[in-house]
Design a protein around this ligand. Sequence first.
Ligand SMILES: Cc1cc2nc3c(=O)[nH]c(=O)nc-3n(C[C@H](O)[C@H](O)[C@H](O)COP(=O)(O)O)c2cc1C
Length: 212
Amino acid sequence: MKHYSIDEIQGWDRFYRTNFVNSLSGFKPVSLIATVNKGGIPNLGVFCNIVHIGADPAYIGFINRPIDAAPHTLSNIRGNGLYTINHIHPAFISSAHQASAKYPEGVNEFDAVGLTEEYKVDSIVPFVLESQVQYAMELSEIIPLRMNNTFLVVGKLMHAFIEPAIISKDGFINLQEASSMVSLGMDAYYTTQPLARFQYAKPDRAADQIDF
Ligand SMILES: Cc1cc2nc3c(=O)[nH]c(=O)nc-3n(C[C@H](O)[C@H](O)[C@H](O)COP(=O)(O)O)c2cc1C
C-alpha cells in the first residue's frame, strides 16, 4: 500500500481531496430528509452521514454541512422540530440524487425532482411515498461542531413505516430486501448483499453465525 500523509493530502486539488476523504470513512446509509418551511412548503435533501445514537430512547443523528452550504433542512428543523427520513431505492435514484441540488428557498423539491408527498400519522412533514423504509423524527438537540461549522442534529424516533415481512424474529431489519441503498463519496450509490450475522461476541467463546 502507498502511504498518504496529511501534508500530502492537504496539498491536493480541492475536489480530488474531497472525493478521497469522503470515501475514506466508507459506505454510508443514504436517505432523503424531508422538512417543511414556515409556509408548509416541503424541502428534500440527500443525507448520508446518518448515525445511530441510542436505541432506548431511540435517537438518530445526522451531520448537516455549514449553514451557507446547506441551509434549508436545518432552518426548517429549527422552525418546527420535525422531519422525516426516507431510504433511497434504485427505482428513484436519479430523482433522489437531484434533491441534493441547491434549489432556492420556497421551491417544493418533491415537485422539482418528481417525487410524491405522503402525509400520514398527522405529520405536517411529508414522507417520500416512493420510499419503502420511512421514519419520522422530532428534534432533540442541534450540536454545533465548531471546528468546521457543521452540525450534529439529533432527533428522537416517533414513527417508522416498513414492511413487516422483511423484519426478522429478533427485530433485525433485512434492509437489502427493501433494496435500501448505501452511498460512497458525494455521488456514488450501491445496493447491498447479506454476508453473515453473528451471535453477540464474548471473550470466552467464538461467536457462531445466526440466521438472517
Ligand atoms: C450522496 C450524497 C450525500 C450527502 N450527504 C450529506 C450529508 O450527510 N449532510 C449534508 O449536510 N449534506 C449532504 N449532502 C448534500 C445535500 O444533499 C445538499 O446540500 C442538499 O441540497 C441539502 O441542502 P438543504 O438542506 O439546503 O436543502 C449529500 C449529497 C449527496 C449527493
